[in-house]
Design a binder for this molecule. Structure first.
Ligand code: GDP
Ligand code: IMO
Ligand code: MG
Length: 429
């Protein structure tokens, strides 16, 4: 089972980090293919909790090679700080590989992320303010600086001078901010380059070779399907393609290299930042989910908006990813409810939508149609086998399987590795 993609099928924070831990034993390479340090993946290994933003979770396992692929946007300072923090906790980061084609997040990207959000006012996206959108914008405009530029001071200086001319004009004249000094910026970034140099390589080739040798490569999705730039709830999305298809371009493999596609979903739903969220719960239920599920952002600490499982969005995402299986996390959190709602369709101007609506206005204004399922009594945190789950919890999971039209292979009932209930083996797993 060489190529495995792990993809969030909601709006992020589905518990992808925990699931990478479960897969780690059988994995030799873990590659991030998109996003940057807007991600926050929580992972508990041997009782130790780690929150990783840019470094792939594979770093935590001595037998895994962690790879930051060409589709990622890299803030080198954050990468170095994250590596240092891991080293400080006894984790060896020398195996980390960094693609020379990955684009750099520059300080002016962070500044532009902040000022454009402010400028958007009530229309702001609620970004993580990590410079992600502006860095991808420059990549598409072909004025971005790449990791490999750090290794060639002359090229770095030339590119930086060209781009800073425009950025400084925009920052000073449009937004009334201070300009950046090219010399200071160059010195800082070239020193990052010296530090990162041993890690920089052709990571696509590494991944291809690993697959050729029959090694298991985990394509570690960050963000999630509903935040996909092309298929998510635009403009309230991130600026990359978290979908499984994005793993091909972002890591440098072909579609046939990915055989197993695991869609991760919470048993309910959360979203951070702005944007439509049809199944957002009423304030009382949202508060219960927030506190019971400890739904505070791993990256920004912001409280997450909470709601019920949205089967329309999940089905849409499952199709876009051609998921081969589903993993349902945080089932334990729902134990507090007597009745659990599931959004099975949307209603807008008298029409019922079971498929994702073709126009954003419908999605923005639709009303959720709920079905109610009976809750269960007792705590699920100790469940390990299917039989340990109350029949109502099993019925709830079966309903999700039916609505999403994909088999559940695992339900998670707590943050740690053993708090997992395996359903059935995935084909070939
Ligand atoms: P990611 O971005 O998809 O990796 O998810 P995050 O790490 O941002 O958020 C998921 C949170 O839920 C983390 O704090 C996890 O430790 C926690 N978590 C994961 N699975 C479960 C579960 O089954 N039950 C509970 N109660 N917490 C979980
Ligand atoms: P993980 O990998 C949840 C959201 C932000 C904002 C939008 C755009 O932990 O699941 P950006 O900074 O990317 O330009 O912000 O995307 N967002 C996430 N929400 N989990 C994430 O990552 C996210 N990464 C970005 O809140 O709404
Ligand atoms: Mg997260």
């Amino acid at each position: 089972m060489p190529g495995v993609a792990l993809i969030g099928i909601q709006w992020g924070d589905e518990g992808k980090g925990k699931i990478t831990d479960l897969l780690a034993e059988q994995t030799q390479v873990v590659v991030r293919y998109q996003g940057g340090n807007n991600a926050g993946h929580t992972i508990v290994v041997d009782g130790e909790r780690y929150a990783l933003h840019l470094v792939p979770t594979g770093v935590l396992y001595p037998h895994c090679t962690p790879i930051v692929g060409p589709g990622v946007v890299v803030n080198p300072q954050v990468l170095i700080e994250e590596m240092d923090a891991l080293e400080g906790r006894g984790i060896d980061t020398s195996r980390l590989k960094l693609s020379g084609n990955a684009h750099l997040i520059m300080p002016y990207h962070l500044e532009l992320d902040r000022v454009t959000e402010r400028w958007l006012g009530k229309n702001r996206l609620g970004t993580t303010k990590r410079g992600i959108g502006p860095a991808y914008a420059d990549k598409a405009a072909r004025i971005g600086l790449r990791v490999q530029d750090l290794l060639d001071p002359k090229i770095f200086a030339t590119k930086l001078q060209v781009v800073l001319k425009e950025k400084n004009l925009v920052l000073t004249r449009v937004y009334g901010r201070l300009p950046f000094d090219p010399a200071a910026l160059q010195e800082e970034y070239l020193s990052f380059g010296e530090r990162l140099q041993p890690h920089i390589t052709d990571t696509a080739l590494l991944v291809q070779r690993a697959l050729d040798h029959g090694e298991t490569v985990l394509f570690e999705g960050a963000q999630a399907s509903m935040l996909d730039l092309d298929h998510g709830t635009y403009p309230f999305v991130t600026s990359s393609n978290p979908l499984a298809g994005g793993a091909c371009a972002g890591a440098g493999v072909g579609p046939r290299d990915i055989e197993r596609i695991i869609g991760v979903t919470k048993a309910y739903c959360t979203r951070v930042g702005s944007g439509p969220f049809p199944s957002e719960a009423d304030p009382a239920d949202a508060e219960i989910l927030l506190e019971t599920g400890k739904e505070y952002g791993t990256t920004t600490g912001r409280p997450r908006r909470c709601g019920w499982f949205d089967a329309v969005a999940a089905r849409y995402a499952a199709r876009l990813n051609t998921v081969t299986e589903l993993v349902v996390t945080k089932l334990d959190v729902l134990s507090v409810f007597d009745v659990i709602k599931v959004c099975v369709a949307y209603e807008y101007e008298g029409s019922r939508y079971e498929d994702f609506p073709p126009h954003q206005t419908i999605f923005n204004k639709c009303r959720p149609i709920y079905e109610e399922m009976p809750g269960w009594t007792g705590d699920l945190a100790g469940a390990r086998e299917l039989e340990d789950l109350p029949k109502e919890a099993r019925a709830y999971l079966e309903m999700i399987e039916d609505l999403v039209a994909a088999p559940i292979t695992l339900a998670s009932v707590g943050p740690s590795r053993e708090q997992s209930v395996r359903f059935r083996a995935a084909d070939g797993a």
